[in-house]
Design a protein around this ligand. Structure first.
Ligand SMILES: NC(=O)c1ccc[n+]([C@@H]2O[C@H](COP(=O)([O-])OP(=O)(O)OC[C@H]3O[C@@H](n4cnc5c(N)ncnc54)[C@H](OP(=O)(O)O)[C@@H]3O)[C@@H](O)[C@H]2O)c1
Length: 497
């Protein structure tokens, strides 16, 4: 049984959106389940001047109004802090000391960086200067939000900076995809089922497809997104981490470094992109204006804050290979984009077909698929062939599906809930390690460089509400992407599971 020691969680950027939309609700859920330690406090910190009460009023916006909240909010405190020089953190240090005394909490601190990324190097330095980053007696941990760098060089630089002030085992680089139940379940599916484990390799798997589609566009964050794009925002972090979980070898034990060692081995085996491969292996796109559900939708370049000549990709699809014993010759495909027909993230394992088509031609044989749905409606779907009732031997595809929501009395924790609790318990398994983050950057960097320097590489338009540029189909070499839903449905969230 893992224990959660008494501590104070300091959230930098506490007046911001992430704190009230995700972090406080996740902490409240932990509180309701009695998973927070008996002595615990949150100390919010940002530049805005707020009293404890004003901070509480502000961050409980997404919580229900009930007695639990009234109790929970008593554990929330706030300290205004500027971040120009190390001395600015003195009031924070004094407040922490006062709270530890007043509430009888030992000096265990978790520092959560939910500020603009430009402060991810600065805050750890100031914590260090004030003697808060390391302690012989107490634990000190640092959670770093995404994005971790904007390219390989800045990610390396940030790692170097952080390691000046914190040790690697104190640093928790968040990737909220790893907090999702189905991602963790991938390890269980693979390594606890005798029916899947022997098939999980190039002998039986034809290709692996990962889709992460969003129906939303940039939603007023065009200014931020225009400097990022789908490759940085989704592929380098979340989707590469998924690749790590799908493709890794069994870890020796279920323990943070054992699992993360296997993920880094996958990343080491990725076949690097050479510049002349990029336009054949990677397709980028940008949504254009269209009509969705009888409403006019603006194109990406017309969005507020976006450069009208922008070449930032809102869609990317790529084909790549993992050059190791298990995956030799198996193509991996990633596809992600904004303003696609639905919101879904799934991993599809396409199995090879049988060697001989006993029941007629190849169109009458089935390519089994195992679909691991990460969001929404987390679950697993297996597609296999069954005889169509009646005369003859016609084969049809049927589904065997499992939805997490069907598990009675089990609520799936939110990703932030799971990750916060893990950090409180000192378990970094579901956080990205520094070397893995750099390796993932190393993999995508040649693509980003080529896009930035070679104007010949096209960026294709796709009407908002469609599945991206048609050119992405060519990557598949005769096969097809899986379309979880072909058409928009009323709620825009139709998924097959
Ligand atoms: N929102 C999300 O859903 C989400 C999801 C994933 C990752 N993230 C990451 O999490 C971080 C926080 O996101 P957010 O959406 O909460 O951002 P936000 O709403 O803009 O909040 C940023 C916070 O940082 C504080 N801050 C401190 N020093 C600052 C400075 N020099 N300039 C500007 N702000 C400063 C701001 O408060 P004061 O002005 O009071 O100091 C504010 O509390 C970002 O790095 C973002 O990439 C966010």
């Amino acid at each position: 049984m893992r224990t959660t020691s008494n501590h104070i969680l300091v959230i930098f950027g506490a007046s911001g959106d992430l704190t009230k939309r995700k972090l406080i609700p996740a902490l409240f859920d932990l509180y309701k389940q009695k998973l927070l330690p008996t002595k615990f406090a949150v100390l919010g910190a940002s530049r805005t001047s707020l009293t404890d009460e004003e901070f509480r009023d502000r961050v409980v916006e997404f919580l229900p109004e009930n007695e639990d909240v009234a109790e929970f909010r008593k554990q929330l405190f706030y300290q205004p802090v500027s971040n120009n020089q190390a001395d600015d953190f003195l009031p924070l240090k004094l407040r922490l000391e006062a709270l530890t005394q007043q509430l009888g909490i030992p000096g265990n601190y978790i520092f959560y960086l939910s500020t603009p990324p430009s402060l991810y190097g600065v805050i750890p330095e100031f914590l260090h200067e004030n003697g808060l980053s390391r302690s012989e007696k107490y634990f000190r941990r640092l959670i770093v939000e995404k994005p971790f760098g904007t390219n390989l060089a800045s990610a390396k630089e940030l790692n170097v900076k952080l390691l000046n002030y914190f040790n690697e085992d104190q640093i928790y680089r968040i990737d909220h995809y790893l907090g999702k139940e189905t991602v963790q379940n991938m390890l269980v599916t693979r390594f606890s089922n005798g029916i899947f484990e022997p098939l999980w390799n190039h002998n039986y798997i034809e290709r692996v497809e990962i889709t992460s589609a969003e129906s939303l566009g940039v939603e007023g964050r065009g200014g931020y997104y225009d400097h990022s794009g789908a490759m940085r925002d989704m592929v380098q972090n979340h989707l590469m981490q998924l690749v790590g979980f799908v493709a890794m070898e069994p870890p020796v034990v279920v323990e943070a470094n054992a699992i993360r060692n296997e993920i880094t081995k996958v990343f080491q085996s990725l076949r690097p992109f050479k510049e002349n491969m990029i336009s054949r292996h990677v397709i980028r796109g940008q949504y254009t204006s269209s009509v969705i559900k009888n409403e006019n939708v603006v194109g990406y370049r017309e969005e507020p804050g976006v450069d009208p000549f922008s070449r930032t990709e809102t869609f990317v699809a790529l084909r790549f290979y993992i050059d190791n014993w298990r995956w030799a010759g198996v193509p991996f495909y990633i596809r992600t984009g904004k303003k696609l027909p639905t919101r879904v993230t799934e991993v599809v394992i396409h199995f090879k077909s049988v060697p001989h088509h006993l029941f007629g031609n190849s169109s009458n044989s089935i390519n089994n698929q195992l679909i691991i749905r990460i969001q929404p409606d987390e679950g697993i779907l297996l597609k296999f062939g069954m005889k169509t009732p009646g005369s003859g031997f016609d084969v049809q595809t049927v589904n065997m599906d499992f939805h997490y929501s069907d598990l009675a009395n089990v609520t799936v924790p939110s990703a932030y809930e799971r990750l916060l609790l893990d950090c409180m318990q000192g378990d970094a398994t579901l956080y990205a390690r520094g070397d893995a983050v750099e390796q993932a950057w190393e993999f995508v960097q040649p693509i980003i460089n080529a896009w930035e320097t070679n104007p010949e590489i096209p960026i294709y338009g796709y009407p908002a509400g469609t599945w991206g540029p048609e050119n992405a189909d060519e990557l598949m070499k005769g096969a097809n992407w899986r379309y979880p839903c072909k058409n928009l449905t009323n709620d825009g969230l139709y998924c097959e599971l």
